[in-house]
Design a protein around this ligand. Structure first.
Ligand SMILES: NC(=O)c1ccc[n+]([C@@H]2O[C@H](COP(=O)([O-])OP(=O)(O)OC[C@H]3O[C@@H](n4cnc5c(N)ncnc54)[C@H](OP(=O)(O)O)[C@@H]3O)[C@@H](O)[C@H]2O)c1
Length: 297
């Protein structure tokens, strides 16, 4: 498994396992422990959580695995996120909160669930149009000084959101977790990926298989892309089209990390296996053209 230096002092696997679909998985802590072991055997050491994933249940289950296994915490890197507040008995509408108090209290709640003293990476889940960056930067400084968060980053940010916040923070923003796949080219088109290259940061691609649409989508783009993936699969001798779709992302010079959203270890290993394929420029653009729906000029 390739490893990548995301920042001075933070090395991780290029493939992460993510917990957004925890409720859908419906697995026990014992089964999670086996999944984590299987991921570790594949060389995956990066685990992607968020305070809102299934009301914190996957964080709590992961925390139980950590508690059972002394020494495991030092072998893994944990991401969590906050910002989004969902409606509840006391909250009328969904909104974003990037205040110091909210970021600190949500992170502390994540630490309690995860049964750890620190996370490796805290991300702001979504850009906040109502952000007071001084507040957010103060939260980062506090959590860093207290040793509760090692590194900070953002998710779903555009370049201007990132630069605005970076201008206030003492800590560097070391990544942007963004949607990117053979069926999602917006972040390539609007300069988000180029901005990561400019900043020399490695983005993390979420839904790298478009949430399964690569296999099951019946829309024109999905049908077109699937056919092209099949052509390239045959050319490079890959066993499955998802390896090709993942190789397409992983071979981009920006140096993407990808997050696997599957709990089936047979699927979890696909991005790991995809790392052995190298697409030619022509193959990369054949898939790009299928993705965008037109040839390059
Ligand atoms: N930062 C953000 O805003 C954000 C947003 C969304 C997601 N994320 C992160 O990204 C992670 C991955 O997202 P995702 O779950 O949408 O990723 P994904 O890998 O694009 O999609 C996963 C879905 O595809 C299916 N699948 C995966 N590999 C397959 C294969 N080889 N053959 C057939 N089906 C396959 C899975 O099926 P099974 O369910 O049957 O395994 C699952 O339903 C999340 O867990 C979360 O950590 C972050």
């Amino acid at each position: 498994m390739q490893r990548i230096t995301m920042a001075d002092g933070l090395e991780t696997s290029r493939v992460a396992l993510g917990f957004w679909r925890w409720a859908q998985w419906g697995i026990s802590v014992d089964e999670l422990e086996r999944l984590v072991d299987g991921a570790l055997e594949l060389g995956i050491t990066l685990f992607d959580h968020a305070n809102i994933y299934d009301h914190g249940n996957p964080e709590a289950a992961f925390g139980e695995v950590l508690a059972r296994r002394p020494g495991l915490r030092e072998s893994v890197q944990i991401i969590t996120k906050s910002t989004i507040v969902y409606p509840s008995a006391s909250v009328r509408v969904k909104y974003y909160d990037t205040s110091r108090a909210h970021i600190v209290s949500e992170l502390e709640a994540s630490l309690r669930r995860l049964r750890t003293d620190y996370v490796d990476l805290l991300l702001l889940h979504r850009p906040d149009p109502h952000m007071n960056p001084e507040e957010t930067a103060a939260a980062f400084s506090q959590l860093h000084e207290q040793g509760k968060v090692r590194f900070f980053g953002v998710s779903n940010y555009k370049a201007h959101h990132y630069e605005m916040l970076a201008g206030y923070c003492d800590q560097p923003l070391i990544t942007n977790e963004i949607e990117a796949s053979v069926l999602q080219h917006e972040n390539f088109d609007d300069g988000t990926v180029a901005h990561c290259q400019q900043r020399r940061i490695h983005p993390i691609a979420w839904s790298p298989l478009a949430g399964g649409r690569v296999f099951t989508g019946t829309d024109d783009a999905a049908v077109r892309v699937r056919a092209e993936l099949e052509t390239v699969r045959a050319e490079i001798g890959a066993p499955t089209i998802d390896e090709v779709a993942l190789a397409w992302l992983l071979s981009h010079p920006v140096g993407f990390l990808t997050i696997t959203g599957a709990e089936d270890l047979g699927f979890v290993r696909r991005p790991v296996d995809a790392l052995r394929h190298r697409l030619t420029d022509e193959q990369w653009f054949a898939i790009w053209s299928a993705c965008t729906g037109h040839k390059v000029l």
